[in-house]
Design a protein around this ligand. Structure first.
Ligand SMILES: NC(=O)C1=CN([C@@H]2O[C@H](COP(=O)(O)OP(=O)(O)OC[C@H]3O[C@@H](n4cnc5c(N)ncnc54)[C@H](O)[C@@H]3O)[C@@H](O)[C@H]2O)C=CC1
Ligand SMILES: O=C(O)C(=O)Cc1ccc(O)cc1
Length: 364
């Protein structure tokens, strides 16, 4: 993972001490990122064992300050508990800006509006990074580096409150994007909730497969089904909170599925459909926000021999080409693997020539 970038001392001074409420994967990862930047962090969790594990992983201290001392409270509880926890913390910590990390923002805001609390110190946010795991043992300080962190400011927030949350994201290495609450929920239905369900659909469909067919599974299905392993309880809450937007996405996919089934007998139309998939994947861009069109993939065959990968990396290193991303795929039938290396488009031909010169087999 990319290391955390150096912190701006002004960012630290303006938001500490920080209190993190809910020290699971996200809360503890934020805590670890902040403490590694030198920020004073305190931790609280409904389950004291989780707070203890998070503290043990370096996410912050278990001791609690006077409630009025905190300048930033980060609520990272499961989505269903977020609104009540934010409300409670707004009441308890009069000097703090309170933010949350919930994956759906409108439901939290509607519930908070029902409390009739002054919400000027509440600024919603959502780090667009996670894993299929849960709990503080799986926390990673670099989880948010180079990822997008959405902030959902409202007109009643002061510029300083919003900036405090942006500084939090920056200290965790993320880049911030400001979105209206409703637009955020539509966006995450498109880029997070539907993909989660497509992963689950693919994985669930394996129940129809014969057990003896499963060992044929290669890198593709493993990539597609990784997030299907996520906690069902958390996703039940996320999808329920965002059901109008998710329903719309699913209906669109239902139409596409019907079209796809219909064009299977027409190779030209089928290819046009497949091209929409390529275009969609490319529209996401590459690592560090680099447009994918700026990079290209070189696929190198790696013999299944000890040290082959190390030799390959050493050869690439000698050429001085930066690896933007990579993935390995195994060819079960041939005791070989394929390393897909994403490199700057302008260096791809040099790399291909260099690889051939050093007797590596290329697939593309
Ligand atoms: N898991 C992911 O990939 C991502 C999750 N999120 C959001 O971040 C939040 C946290 O998610 P995770 O860290 O994955 O969950 P998690 O299950 O790993 O951690 C949640 C923690 O909150 C604690 N908790 C539960 N109720 C509480 C309460 N009332 N008060 C204080 N602590 C309480 C639990 O004991 C647990 O330690 C969720 O709202 C989720 O929507 C955001 C981005 C990514
Ligand atoms: O594991 C991944 O790749 C994810 O993208 C996880 C994720 C889950 C929920 C969110 O609200 C945001 C990100």
């Amino acid at each position: 993972m990319t290391p955390l970038p150096p912190a701006d001392p002004r960012d630290i001074a303006s938001l500490e001490p920080v209190l993190i409420v809910g020290t699971g994967l996200i809360g503890a990862s934020i805590g670890c990122a902040l403490t590694s930047q030198g920020v004073e962090v305190h931790l609280w969790d409904l389950d004291p064992a989780n707070a203890m594990v998070a503290a043990g992983r370096g996410a912050g201290m278990l001791s609690q300050l006077d409630p009025g001392d905190y300048r930033l409270v980060v609520v990272a509880t499961p989505p269903g508990a977020v609104a009540a926890t934010v409300a409670e913390r707004l009441r308890w910590h009069p000097s703090a800006v309170v933010t949350d990390t919930a994956s759906v923002k409108s439901a939290v805001l509607s519930a908070l509006r029902e409390t009739e609390l002054d919400l000027s110190r509440y600024v919603g946010s959502h780090p667009m990074s996670g894993t299929q795991y849960t709990g503080p043992l799986t926390a990673v300080p670099e989880l948010f580096v180079d990822r997008t962190w959405v902030v959902t400011p409202r007109h009643e927030n002061s510029a300083e409150s919003v900036e405090r949350v942006r500084r939090l994201a920056r200290l965790c290495g993320a880049r911030t994007v400001s979105l209206d609450t409703r637009e955020h929920d539509t966006a995450v239905a498109e880029v997070s909730h539907l993909p989660q369900l497509m992963s689950i659909l693919t994985a669930a469909n394996l129940r129809h497969a014969q057990r003896s067919h499963l060992p044929l599974a290669g890198g593709g299905i493993r990539d597609v089904t990784r997030i299907a392993q996520s906690q069902t309880g958390m996703w039940r809450q996320i999808l329920t909170a965002n059901r109008p937007a998710v329903r719309e996405q699913l209906s669109q996919v239902r139409e596409d599925l019907d079209t796809l089934i219909g064009v299977l007998d027409n190779p030209d139309e089928l290819e046009s459909f497949l091209a929409m998939g390529r275009a969609g994947a490319r529209s996401l861009g590459g690592k560090h926000g680099k447009e994918m069109s700026e990079t290209t993939t070189v696929v190198v065959e790696i013999p299944d021999q000890p040290g082959a990968l190390a030799r390959l990396f050493a050869d690439i290193d000698r050429l001085g080409v930066n690896i933007e991303d990579l993935s390995v795929e195994h060819d079960q039938a041939r005791d070989a693997g394929f390393l897909s290396i994403e490199v700057d488009r302008t260096r791809a031909d040099d790399l291909r020539a260099w690889m051939r010169e050093h007797h590596w087999g290329l697939r593309s």
